[in-house]
Structure formats: structure tokens, C-alpha cells
Design a protein around this ligand. Structure first.
Ligand SMILES: [Zn+2]
Ligand SMILES: [Zn+2]
Length: 331
């Protein structure tokens, strides 16, 4: 589909949002009184990112900096037409992308072919002496417009940041009405490279973001994908929905983690009720039998309207499997 100039909607004074066709991805353009613009997560396809540059130029603004909320490929794209300006990200995000850049680029090429490889993930570390550790709430320095702050955490990806400016929280891939909380289960789902406790890290990140909402009087929340939430009640509902999902996810992962499930279900068989590897193999070898009862513990189902989307449901299944394996390994 041909895109002309990308549509920009103002959500607060000088804060504009453009929504991409792919995954309802949101780009935020923050403009000061002199037309200096900060572009956050510029979009997905080359056409979209290019048309964003046209929309910015058509309004007489000039891009002075970019900002990537986190090191996933759909947040580190750029177009030469946006200008050769610093594109800021946290040092930890930059390191994480560097560790995984070829796989990320391959993903980008698959969904949004045609980007310039030399611009992919060409990021500049935020200018803070301490490297913006998790939990920091630091000002964004020029060339970013004045009055911007970033809150840094590791909730969905290493070195993830949220931008806070003019009563708006730009949350990156958190607090979406389309996506359930997606934990950091390792790059490309490589669990060996995942953090020790991604669930705890995610909850901690939600606390930091909620603190920022209170501290800066945030009234508008822009997620990386999905609808904008306006007003404290709507924002509070996003936090509540994400926490409810995390509780349900944890419950679903925990109760039936048993390395050696009980045997075949036939009370006359030696493996019945036995919790050994041999019993487990025996039960498997028997295959389904008419007397097989339901498993003794059934994981509670996770119900969340966002799981109606098949991609989100697939991510949910993957992180449920990840958490179960983690809990097993720690037993
Ligand atoms: Zn992401
Ligand atoms: Zn994303």
C-alpha cells in the first residue's frame, strides 16, 4: 500500500504520535518551540519511516535527535531522510543489540525489507557518566529538546527506557492494550542468555514506571504498540492489566512443575503415582489409555483478551514454557 505523508496526532503540547501499519507501532515526535524534533522509535517499513521524514519537513520541523526505547529491531530503524543526527539509547541496550545484531537484522529484513543496513541500530549512548543503570531517572541532554527525562529498566529488554516529557510517558514495549507483558526470555528466545529473574525484573520495571507517572503527573501513555491511554484512570488500568497477567502467568507456570509426572493413571500399574524418570517413561510408552484420568494438577489457564491475537498467544506460550523450565531447573 502506498503511503503518503504520515499522519501525526498531537497527544499533548508538542508531542505527536504516528501509528505504523505493522503491529500498530507508535512513533513519537517531540517538538520544541523552535521546531527541533526528537524522533522516538521511527516506525517499521522503509516507506513509513521515509514518510515520517516528509511529515516532519512539511511542518517546518527539523530532527535534532532520535531515541530508541530498547534494542529490539523494530525500535532501532532509521532513514537517511530523517537526517544524520545522534540516535540515543542506553549503553546496555546498545551492548545487547551488538550481541545480537545479525539475527535482529535478519528479522528486520523479513518483516520490513529495504532498510539501509548501515543505519540499522547505529546508536549513541545516552550521555550520563554512570551509564544509566537500571532504576535511573535521568534528563536527556541536548540535542534532545529540553525537559525530557528517561527512566531506565530491564523489564522487557536490557537497558529499556521510557521517555517522560510534558505529561506524556512513552513506554516502549510495556503497558500495551495489544500485547501482554513480554518478558526478556533471551535474544531469539535463547534462555541461556536471559536474565536470572525476568518476571521479577518486569514487575520492578512496572513499579519504576508507575513512580514516574506519579512524580511527573503523567496524563498520557503511549505504548510501543497499540492504543494511547489518556487520563490517570486509563493509565492505571494498563498497569492493573499487566500485573494481573503476570500473576496469572506465574500461577500457570508454578503449580505443576514436576520433573517426573505421575505414572500412567492405571491404579494397577507399577508406575501409578510413582515420581521417577522410569515411571515417566513407562507412562509415555503406554500411550493414552481409556482409564487415564486427567493429570493430577492442571495448570490454571491464563485468560487475557490480548491473547486473542495469535502472535501474542504464541509469545505467551513461549514465555510460559520458559518460566516452567526455569522453575524446574531451580528445584
Ligand atoms: Zn520489544
Ligand atoms: Zn516492539
Amino acid at each position: 500500500m502506498g503511503l503518503s505523508v504520515r499522519e501525526l496526532n498531537q497527544v499533548a503540547p508538542g508531542v505527536w504520535v504516528a501509528t505504523a501499519e505493522v503491529w500498530a507501532s507508535n512513533t513519537v515526535v517531540l517538538v520544541d518551540d523552535h521546531g527541533a524534533a526528537l524522533v522516538v522509535d521511527p516506525g517499521i517499513t522503509p516507506e513509513e519511516v521515509g514518510s515520517l521524514a516528509e511529515a516532519i519537513a512539511a511542518r517546518g520541523w527539523h530532527v535534532t535527535a532520535g531515541l530508541s526505547t530498547h534494542p529490539h529491531w523494530d525500535h532501532v530503524l532509521w532513514s537517511a531522510s530523517l537526517g544524520d543526527v545522534p540516535r540515543l539509547a542506553t549503553p546496555r541496550a546498545i551492548a545487547a543489540l551488538a550481541d545480537d545484531v545479525e539475527r535482529s537484522w535478519a528479522d528486520a529484513c523479513e518483516v520490513a525489507p529495504g532498510h539501509d543496513r548501515s543505519l540499522f541500530g547505529a546508536l549513541t549512548p545516552l550521555g550520563t557518566a554512570d551509564g544509566a543503570p537500571a532504576g535511573s531517572d535521568v534528563p536527556l541532554l541536548p540535542p534532545a529538546p529540553r525537559g525530557c527525562r528517561v527512566v531506565v529498566h530491564d523489564g522487557h529488554a536490557p537497558g529499556h527506557l521510557a521517555l517522560v516529557a510534558r505529561g506524556v510517558l512513552v513506554a516502549g514495549d510495556m503497558l500495551s492494550d495489544r500485547e501482554v507483558p513480554l518478558l526478556d526470555v533471551g535474544p531469539g528466545r535463547d534462555a541461556t542468555r536471559a536474565p536470572y529473574d525476568p518476571l521479577g525484573g518486569y514487575r520492578w520495571a512496572l513499579e519504576r514506571l508507575e513512580d514516574a507517572v506519579d512524580r511527573y503527573g503523567v496524563q498520557v501513555l503511549v505504548p510501543g504498540h497499540g492504543g494511547v491511554a489518556v487520563g490517570r484512570q486509563a493509565i492505571g488500568e494498563r498497569f492493573a492489566a499487566d500485573r494481573a497477567y503476570l500473576r496469572a502467568l506465574e500461577r500457570a507456570a508454578e503449580p505443576q512443575f514436576d520433573p517426573f509426572p505421575v505414572g500412567c493413571g492405571n491404579p494397577l500399574c507399577w508406575c501409578y503415582g510413582a515420581r521417577t524418570a522410569a515411571a515417566s517413561r513407562e507412562a509415555e510408552a503406554h500411550g493414552p489409555r481409556p482409564w487415564l484420568a486427567a493429570p493430577p494438577t492442571q495448570a490454571p489457564a491464563v485468560s487475557d483478551p490480548r491473547l486473542a491475537d495469535s502472535w501474542v498467544d504464541g509469545e505467551h506460550a513461549a514465555q510460559l514454557g520458559f518460566l516452567r523450565a526455569r522453575l524446574l531447573a531451580r528445584r
